[in-house]
Design a protein around this ligand. Structure first.
Ligand SMILES: O=P(O)(O)OC[C@H]1O[C@](O)(CO)[C@@H](O)[C@@H]1O
Length: 553
């Protein structure tokens, strides 16, 4: 089914209504809205898959929400969502289905995509992963000298790195004894520093690359293999220590990975949506296959909610529409993810790739320039650290930066009052953003200080906080494999919702290609016997410096 929108988004009646709504809300005070309506928090709250979203501190009212859902219906969001889950070719620039949801689908035996039933091969791969993880954990599978594995060097980049790394960090309380070390960057320092910590006899090298063409991952794997061979191991021993995950099995075999040690994935899984596939093998090695399965089940619970809940009570839809509301109607150029759990410290970087590589597009499905802004800059970090850094700008900067606060109700590490303090900071930050501080309040704070009227007025102006700064608060009882799975799936679907509304392809990433091609040409120039200096003058000058290794002329 072609789900391409017939009426462009900006020409839909709901878009026009939202423009007016934006004007009407200009004078809205969120602080006043809470004072006027004691039920506001309860009304603007939704629960799904063991997560609770409080979206009451947003620049919305009932009319705004109604128009946003109208806009979603006008854009055929439900039909587009169903097309994705069904396995239609919705990544039309690459001619691919988009079926990360099939990877965590325990309800169906059959799902046809790109001409084949994908469920049996998913299940076979899960079974192969399970067996492998159990063999490593039990010591049945050992290194070439018969010693049990103690460490895993997991090599991959982008989607073949961020998801596994973030999940491994987040699920640390569930960790088994294997130590995971992630290497992504082609900077040799990254690999060298990790290799210093491990013993080749007890180290498994797990390379993940969907394409098996990624320069960084191939270079790191080759260097890891050199390190292994230089330690006294033979070429034959490589088979016991090197494992690959890839959709390009022939390339992995050609690289020298034993066919038994290759875990397949498929074209219909986007890299940044792939942690649910064999790309998640490092997660299963870190925390056990049972916990990996719970991660899948948590994501599946969010999938069911996304598929079944009416738009008005649909968590990913609400979050996606709110995000669009600020991007398109408040000119919010960035959004911040603030995790109040140390184990979730890597999540902002994960969501950054997920959202920015998906929705950083400027042409629509037909290739025409979009008439509105698309993906915002996503950034963030862990609370409370950010409160002593960039929160200043969130509170008093000139830009509106919508924030997502993420908080488990209890900690895996109860330590005195620490969790209460952490949680209080989280709640207070959202409250401060929402209510702000007006001039009268700022002046009242200064009353009694020995200040002239002029100085008091000047100082008070510096202390004013505009308030009305929107945020969501996402809460879970505890960070578990299931709640982590639901949380990540929530952001995947939020990303989808926005891409669907904007009528862009959230599943390709052509923008990363040019740099790769130019990088090869520049590398050839740096390494050439005699450089031709055929680039622009800036690049030529920098190549010259690199070849010299000196700043001297
Ligand atoms: O898994 P691969 O094919 O090595 O790709 C790694 C990453 O590189 C990208 O293609 C971008 O260059 C991402 O989309 C992907 O997650």
């Amino acid at each position: 089914m072609d789900t391409t929108m017939t009426t462009p988004l900006t020409q839909q009646p709901a878009w026009q209504a939202l423009l007016q709504q934006r004007q009407a809300l200009e004078s809205q005070s969120l602080r006043q809205a809470f004072a006027d309506d004691p039920d506001r928090a309860e009304r603007y709250q939704v629960q799904a898959a063991e997560l609770l979203l409080d979206y009451s501190k947003n620049r919305i009212d009932d009319a705004t929400l109604a128009h946003l859902f109208d806009l979603a219906r006008g854009a055929q969001l439900e039909q587009q969502r169903d097309a994705m889950f069904r396995g239609d070719i919705i990544n039309r620039t690459e001619g691919r289905a988009v079926l990360h949801t099939a990877l965590r689908n325990s309800r169906q035996d059959t799902l046809q995509a790109e001409g084949a039933n994908v469920i049996p091969e998913i299940n076979q791969t899960l079974a192969k992963m399970k067996a492998f993880v159990e063999e490593v954990h039990s010591g049945q599978r050992t290194g070439y000298t018969g010693k049990a594995f103690t460490d895993v060097i997991a090599i991959g980049i982008g989607g073949s790195f961020l998801g596994p790394k973030v999940a491994t960090e987040a699920l640390r309380p569930y960790a088994k004894s294997l130590r995971l070390h992630y290497v992504a960057n082609v900077d040799g320092t990254s690999l060298v520093e990790k290799l210093k910590k491990v013993d080749p006899e007890t180290t498994l090298v797990l390379m993940s690359s969907k394409s098996f063409t990624t320069q960084e991952t191939l270079a790191n794997t080759e260097s890891a293999r050199d390190w292994f061979l230089q330690s006294g191991a033979s070429q034959q021993d490589v088979a016991a220590h090197f494992v690959a995950v890839s959709s390009n099995v022939p390339a992995a075999v050609e690289f020298g990975i034993s066919a038994d040690n290759i875990f397949p994935m498929w074209d219909w899984v986007g890299g940044r949506y792939s942690l649910w596939s064999a790309i998640g093998l490092p997660i299963a090695l870190a925390v056990g296959f049972d916990h990996f399965e719970q991660l899948l089940r948590g994501a599946e619970a969010m999938d069911s909610h996304f598929l079944e809940a009416p738009l008005e009570q649909n968590m990913p839809v609400i979050m996606g529409m709110l995000s669009l509301w600020y991007s398109n109607f408040f000119d919010a150029q960035s959004q911040v993810i603030l995790t109040y759990d140390h184990y979730l410290r890597g999540l902002p970087a994960y969501i950054q790739q997920l959202d920015m590589e998906s929705n950083g597009k400027s042409v629509d499905d037909a290739g025409n320039p979009v008439a509105h802004s698309t993906g915002p800059v996503i950034w963030g970090g862990e609370g409370t650290n950010g409160q002593h850094a960039y929160h200043q700008l969130l509170h008093q900067g000139t830009a509106i930066i919508p924030a997502d606060f993420i908080l488990p109700l209890s900690s895996h590490n109860p330590l005195g009052r620490h969790h209460n303090m952490l949680a209080a900071n989280c709640l207070a930050q959202a409250q401060a953003l929402m209510q702000g501080k007006n001039l009268d309040e700022a002046k009242a704070e200064l009353a009694g200080k020995a200040l002239s009227e002029a100085d008091l007025d000047r100082l008070a102006r510096h202390k004013v906080m505009p308030g009305n700064r929107p945020s969501n608060t996402l809460v879970m009882e505890q960070l578990t494999p299931a709640t982590l799975g639901a949380l990540i799936a929530l952001y995947e679907h939020r990303t989808f919702v926005q891409g669907a509304l904007w009528n862009i392809n959230s599943f390709d990433q052509w923008g990363v290609e040019l740099g790769k091609v130019l990088g090869n040409a520049v590398l050839a120039e740096i390494e050439a016997e005699s450089a031709s200096y055929a680039q622009d003058s800036s690049t030529n000058g920098l190549i010259k410096l690199l070849r010299q290794g000196s700043l001297k002329a």
